[in-house]
Write a protein that binds this ligand. Structure first.
Ligand SMILES: [Zn+2]
Length: 77
């Protein structure tokens, strides 16, 4: 089960279906350089697994200590 609070970006909790980078490793471009942004498909997969794990009402919150899961974060907005 992915831990969305363990990395500097929540989507790093899943591997990338585009460039194949493992959990915790930033996406790479086709020529092997570090990508500026994570691939959209990785973000989508992270969203899908986050909702599966925490439900539609949950959201990620960035606090001073790092990322936290707010179980009702989306429900309040
Ligand atoms: Zn990628």
């Amino acid at each position: 089960m992915p831990d969305f609070t363990a990395h500097r970006h929540p989507a790093l909790a899943v591997s990338c279906p585009i460039c194949g980078e493992d959990c915790g490793h930033w996406c790479r471009t086709r020529n092997g350089r570090t990508a500026g942004d994570l691939h959209d498909a990785r973000q989508a997969e992270a969203d899908r697994q986050f909702i599966e794990q925490h439900g539609y009402g949950a959201a990620m919150v960035h606090a001073a200590s790092g990322w936290l899961v707010d179980p009702r974060g989306c429900a309040r907005d």
